[in-house]
Write a new protein. Structure first.
Lengths: 422, 668
């Protein structure tokens, strides 16, 4: 049994990750897809608006809720500092180089930044309304670049393609959740002794106001070296826009059992398309070196190439264009033991697979949250506390990618919220 | 206790969490990076035929030997030679035979009593006249038309009319004597028989004789008388003697002269040995005639230019009257006229008419002449048909051969050069007297050429001499001094008979220097040394960042030369001895200097750290190139050099801080 538990924990740990949470508590526990109630369900799972916990105010309003962070997926301050000399350059040994390369994810060195703000959100009975402003961006540099710089350049084909995108978005969201089944027993293995006290579905309809968009549609940079020569290729294309609007729809499902299991599932952005229509531009950059392999020296070869001559750098004005928001999926499973709560989240958010495993300990009005997450090839350490006075609530959470200290952290995220209810 | 432990853990966590150890002077790390067989150069075929500018080189076929060909044309004219020089000449033409105005006859009578002084009583009677021995009877005769003459032709008729009354018969003689010239007997006439009342005539040819106007006749001999018959002897019985001038033309005379014409002529020779004119169109010139009339009478002249025709193809002529003992000038303007000499002189016809006064006697001789001074200006011809043997300057030819001959060619001996000079558009034959001069940095080498060329011949200079006469030195000797310039100058004679040439006609000179790239080399080697300019940053890079490097390449040598190239470096110009690399150009197989099989090799150049240090500390470099000895090499358009599979490998220290200049003071 212990082995099974350990194996399950290991599996969960391997899959665990941190999601970009909305509040301090959700940041600390790793996600509220199953657990969220009231106004927090507007963000996490509209189906949960159908459930009312004992003692939960019928009306909740969030004064503010925000989360923000920045970081990368490979280097912490200390790992960088290890190779930064103080007054004199440090000579990297083969081991050092291996160490540096090992730190870089196979997906490359990735930088990300996120910020979320929610204001004037509230819930009444089964309804909820929220205004969420969100900004997100990431940019990645392939691992090959570092491998080549650190070790060797030889006969090989290197892909130095970069990726990145970012957007700013404000959602005016109206949510509704309703219980459609109560006290149900499913004749299914493992569930035969479980009574589902309530099973709900929810929907959120959103007016989407885009406040900025940038996406590298194509960021291709390749270098093929062979006996026949060197064949470089650079092709970059990005779209940008400053304003847009659209409609969005999220669908969620929730359930809780007689044994205090809570289950949630959200399909976010089932329909979510923004028509970007202001300051829309297409930036293109391409370097055409021809189809014939080049060489380092010689007439018309690399050493003589004037990049201004072979490259084209243009910016075209575009008409309006539509972009769907990334389809996100979240699933949460939580077991509420009263004083303790264990929560597991699984998600694919912003095209990134993520999971987390965390819990909560209640000391009266003081709640402490902690979780382990896995995101961008890194373990994330998350913790938070909240002060829950029933009608007034405040939380503050922090998340660190990679390590527990500032020196070992590759990214830091902070989240906080304050709400009241009656 | 538990809470204390939790608090301490939280405090420690917070402490480490919030502590960052920043370096005071952060430096980027550095590391070694390898490159392995990175293609350095594209496989390149250097084909001479593609490299050489077709304008500078000639190849007759793909495999033919390339030659440097310089072909051009120049020209010259004979404008300054188509002329006759100014000349001064005088001529005089004698009058020749002169007609004299001697037409009046003179007569006299010898009376009966002068023959028979003793029978004067018989006058007016009929009587028999006896035979008698005549005492010579003299009778003078004087011409009024002249004083003396040297008769060229003509004479006088002597008429004897018998009015004696009986037949003049016997041995009677009549002498005609020039009394004015010392009684010089002109003629003796035998009067054998003259009937009474009849006239006997005798023509006296005076040609070649000098006579004066004082003549006399003497009658003497034996007169038979009336032969016994009685005859009437009239009172005026006499023998009449009359002398009648007949067509006398004199060589000299003091006489009355009739108006008469003389045809005189003169000439000027405008021909030269170098230019004998048959026909010519005159561009400019004139002839001035100064005529002196030394006669005692006025003259009228009509002077015609026999060989000069005006625009209407007529002879040019002018008339002039000149009073006695005076002179006058006339001028013939020759501009735009033509002359037709047919290799003769320029002739003048002078028709002179004299008009002496009829009542005056003039002394004149046939040798008296009309004198004319001729001033012929320089005559410039528009065109000439004639015989040419003109010398003029050969148009100077300058051609740059090796403007800046590389010293690397000094040990190259070129085997052949062909220089041709020919004339085009020319009706002439030529005699060249020119020098071909090769010049290089003040050094001059000359090849004198004296040769004749017929109209369609060319001068050909090659390694076989002048027109293959195996003379030395040759043009090849000149070219092998690698001259900066070749000059051809000197003189040329143009020759031709009955050739027509105009002042605007040009004689084209077509010349060419064909320089086939066939050569031999002997101990050909050259070096080039210079200061090695490497930026300080690069020196540091070589010292600190470069660990090793290697370049590999394959060479296929289809050029007719082979050899070795070495790169040496050193700290100063007197010590450049550290060999960095040597590349051997593989030797091809040659037949008659032409590549039949290319040489091929693979070269690996390895530069290790010590060599990089030598380079980094070097201030001078030197390329030593040595060319293998070749007895004959020929460059063809298909000659080539292929370099392929050129890769660079090596190990370098990648130092971002150094690259950004943080570790040095910048570049020098």
């Amino acid at each position: 049994m212990k082995i099974k538990i350990i194996l399950i924990l290991q599996l969960m740990f391997c899959l665990s990750f941190e999601m970009y949470a909305q509040s301090g508590a959700s940041l600390g526990i790793g996600g509220f897809t199953a657990e969220s109630r009231g106004v927090e369900a507007v963000f996490w799972n509209p189906a949960n608006l159908a459930f009312v916990e004992k003692g939960q105010p019928k009306f909740q309003a969030t004064l503010f809720s925000l989360a923000a962070g920045i970081g990368n997926n490979s280097f912490s301050f200390n790992s960088l500092n290890k190779y930064i000399g103080d007054g004199e350059s440090i000579y990297l040994t083969e081991k050092d180089k291996e160490d540096i390369l090992q730190r870089i994810s196979k997906h490359g060195l990735k930088f990300d930044v996120v910020g979320k703000v929610s204001l004037l959100s509230f819930s009444v009975k089964n309804f909820g309304f929220g205004i969420e402003a969100k900004g997100y961006g990431d940019f990645s540099i392939p691992k090959d670049v570092y491998r080549n710089i650190l070790f060797k350049l030889g006969h090989e084909t290197y892909d130095y393609s970069v990726k990145g995108h970012g957007f700013g978005l404000t959602k005016f969201k109206l949510s509704y959740g309703k219980t459609f089944l109560e006290d149900v027993i499913f004749e299914a293995p493992l569930l035969r002794n479980t009574i589902f006290r309530g099973i709900s579905a929810g929907i959120s309809l959103s007016y989407l106001l885009g406040t900025g968009f940038a996406e590298i549609e194509k960021g291709s940079a390749q270098l093929a070296i062979s006996e026949n020569g060197i064949l470089p290729m650079v092709n970059y294309r990005a779209k940008i826009a400053s304003m847009g609007s659209g409609l969005g729809m999220d669908i969620g499902f929730g359930a809780y059992t007689d044994s205090n299991w809570k289950i949630g599932m959200v399909f976010e952005n089932v329909l979510a398309r923004i028509n970007w229509n202001r300051d829309t531009k297409m930036a293109k950059y391409a370097a055409d070196f021809g189809n014939d392999p080049l060489f380092i020296l010689g007439d018309g070869q690399l050493s003589e190439i004037d990049m201004d001559e072979v490259s084209t750098d243009t910016t075209l004005s575009l008409g309006s264009f539509s972009k769907s928001l990334p389809f996100n999926f979240r699933m949460g499973l939580a077991k509420d033991f009263g004083k303790y709560l264990v929560n597991f989240e699984l998600a694919n958010e912003n095209h990134k697979f993520a999971s987390s495993l965390g819990g909560r300990i209640k000391f009266g009005f003081f709640n402490w949250y902690a979780s382990l997450g896995y995101l961008m090839d890194n373990v994330n350490w998350n913790t938070a506390f909240s002060l829950d006075f029933k009608y007034f609530y405040f939380d503050l959470g922090i998340s660190s990618r990679g390590g527990l200290t500032l020196g070992t952290s590759k990214a830091l995220f902070l989240g906080t919220s304050m709400r009241f209810g009656f | 206790m538990k809470r204390l432990i939790v608090f301490l853990m939280f405090a420690l966590l917070t402490f480490f969490y919030c502590t960052l150890d920043f370096p005071k002077d952060p430096k980027a790390p550095k590391w070694d990076i390898e490159i392995e067989k990175i293609p350095l150069l594209k496989a390149d075929t250097l084909r001479l035929g593609d490299q050489l500018n077709p304008k500078d080189f000639t190849r007759n076929g793909a495999d033919s030997i390339i030659s440097i060909d310089i072909h051009d044309e120049t020209q010259f004219d004979l404008k300054d030679n188509l002329k006759a020089p100014a000349q001064h000449k005088s001529f005089s033409d004698q009058l020749g035979g002169i007609k004299v105005n001697v037409t009046q006859s003179v007569e006299t009578e010898i009376g009966f009593t002068e023959i028979y002084p003793e029978l004067s009583s018989l006058l007016g009677t009929n009587a028999v006249v006896p035979e008698t021995q005549i005492t010579p009877v003299e009778k003078g005769l004087e011409f009024a038309d002249f004083e003396s003459m040297v008769v060229k032709s003509g004479g006088v008729t002597l008429e004897l009319t018998n009015q004696l009354g009986f037949t003049l018969e016997g041995d009677v003689k009549l002498d005609l004597i020039d009394e004015g010239r010392g009684n010089n007997l002109i003629l003796t006439v035998n009067l054998e028989r003259v009937e009474n009342g009849q006239t006997a005539t005798h023509y006296v040819d005076l040609s070649g004789k000098i006579i004066s106007n004082q003549l006399k006749v003497i009658l003497y001999g034996t007169l038979n008388g009336s032969n016994g018959q009685e005859v009437e002897i009239l009172i005026n019985s006499a023998l009449l003697v009359k002398i009648i001038p007949e067509n006398i033309v004199v060589n000299e005379a003091t006489a009355r002269l009739p108006k008469q014409d003389f045809d005189l002529s003169g000439s000027a020779d405008v021909n030269l040995d170098s230019l004998r004119i048959r026909q010519a169109k005159i561009e400019s010139g004139f002839i001035n005639l100064k005529i002196f009339n030394d006669f005692d009478f006025g003259i009228d002249l009509k002077i015609s230019t026999q060989n000069i025709l005006d625009n209407n193809n007529n002879q040019m002529s002018q008339t002039i009257s000149i009073t006695d003992h005076s002179e006058k000038e006339i001028t013939f303007i020759l501009d735009n006229t033509t002359i037709d000499l047919d290799n003769k002189n320029l002739n003048f016809d002078v028709e002179m008419t004299i008009s002496p006064e009829s009542d005056r006697m003039y002394s004149i001789k046939s040798t008296d002449s009309l004198t004319i001074e001729i001033d012929v200006s320089e005559i410039r011809f528009e065109s000439v048909t004639g015989d040419f043997d003109l010398g003029t300057q050969f148009p100077e030819i300058h051609e740059t051969i090796f403007e800046d001959a590389p010293e690397e060619l000094e040990n190259f001996v070129f085997h052949d050069v062909i220089l041709t000079v020919g004339f085009i558009n020319s009706p002439f034959d030529f005699k060249l007297d020119v020098n071909i001069t090769a010049m290089k940095d003040g050094i001059i080498k000359k090849l004198p050429i004296v040769t004749s060329l017929s109209q369609n011949d060319s001068l050909l200079l090659s390694r076989d001499g002048i027109n293959n006469n195996h003379s030395t030195p040759t043009i090849v000797d000149l070219i092998n001094m690698l001259p900066q310039e070749i000059k051809i100058d000197g003189d040329v004679r143009v020759k031709g008979e009955n050739v027509t040439f105009s002042k605007n006609d040009q004689i084209g000179v077509r010349y060419g220097i064909d320089f086939p790239l066939i050569f031999s080399t002997s101990e050909a080697a050259f070096s080039h040394a210079d200061s090695l300019k490497i930026e300080t940053g690069m020196r540091d890079f070589l010292k600190d960042n470069t660990m090793s490097a290697g370049i590999s390449l394959s060479i296929e040598n289809g050029l007719p030369i082979s050899g070795a190239l070495s790169l040496l470096v050193g700290p100063d110009s007197t010590n450049i001895s550290s060999n960095i690399l040597t590349i051997n150009l593989p030797k091809p197989t040659l037949i008659n200097g032409v590549v039949t099989t290319p040489g091929a090799t693979t070269i690996n150049i390895e530069l290790d750290k010590p060599r990089f240090l030598v380079i980094a500390n070097a201030n001078f470099y030197q390329f030593d190139v040595s060319i293998d000895d070749i007895s004959e090499a020929a460059i063809t358009a298909t000659n080539y050099l292929v370099i392929h599979d050129v890769f660079i490998s090596g190990s370098f220290l990648f130092d971002p801080a150094g690259m950004s200049g943080e570790n040095n003071g910048g570049n020098n």
